[in-house]
Ligand binder design. Structure first.
Ligand SMILES: [Zn+2]
Length: 170
């Protein structure tokens, strides 16, 4: 599982900060014998606490042992990108944070009333490069496939490119 942090607006100071998923879900084979952080067994998963001093593992209620994408909507399983840790290099905030996506996204642009967002700078650059192209290749990668088509029309292209470029410069 990917444990790359995502870029959010710090809930304390509003600057660029990182949201970290607090657990790593692995198979038992992937646990290094020298691992010193706490590891818990959850169904067929081994759950590694990435920040044991901040957030410890508590299995979700219910017997379903699977991962699902974010949102605390009362469904079974463990929701990724929901409860995590914010790490801010500006105000040194380092605490639990419940993600509210895409409201929390650092890289976000309101284009004619609709919100376009990116997970991090690299993703924002990928979106920008894609949108700039006049003849676009098939969107193979997952991170481009999600882009709603209203951001891709020729009519808004200039505007989208301008907005994304502006946020790189400030
Ligand atoms: Zn901050």
């Amino acid at each position: 599982m990917n444990d790359k942090p995502i870029d959010i607006k710090c809930p304390d100071c509003g600057e660029l900060s990182k949201f970290e998923e607090p657990f790593k879900f692995l198979s038992s084979r992937k646990i290094h014998p020298d691992e010193t952080r706490p590891v818990h067994r959850w169904g067929s998963w081994r759950v590694l606490e990435r920040f044991p001093s901040k957030i410890s593992w508590k299995p979700p209620s219910g017997s379903s042992q699977f991962l699902r994408s974010g949102g605390d909507s009362g469904y079974a399983g463990y929701p990724l990108l929901t409860n995590g840790l914010v790490l801010c290099s500006h105000c040194h905030s380092n605490r639990k944070h419940k993600l509210n996506w895409p409201i929390d996204a650092y890289w976000q642009w309101e284009i004619r009333g609709k919100l376009l967002w990116a997970w991090d700078k690299e993703h924002a650059e990928a979106i920008l490069n894609y949108i700039k192209q006049t003849s676009r290749p098939t969107r193979r990668s997952y991170c481009l496939r999600y882009i709603p088509s209203h951001f891709l029309s020729a009519k808004v292209r200039e505007l989208v490119v301008q907005r994304i470029e502006r946020s790189f410069n400030c």
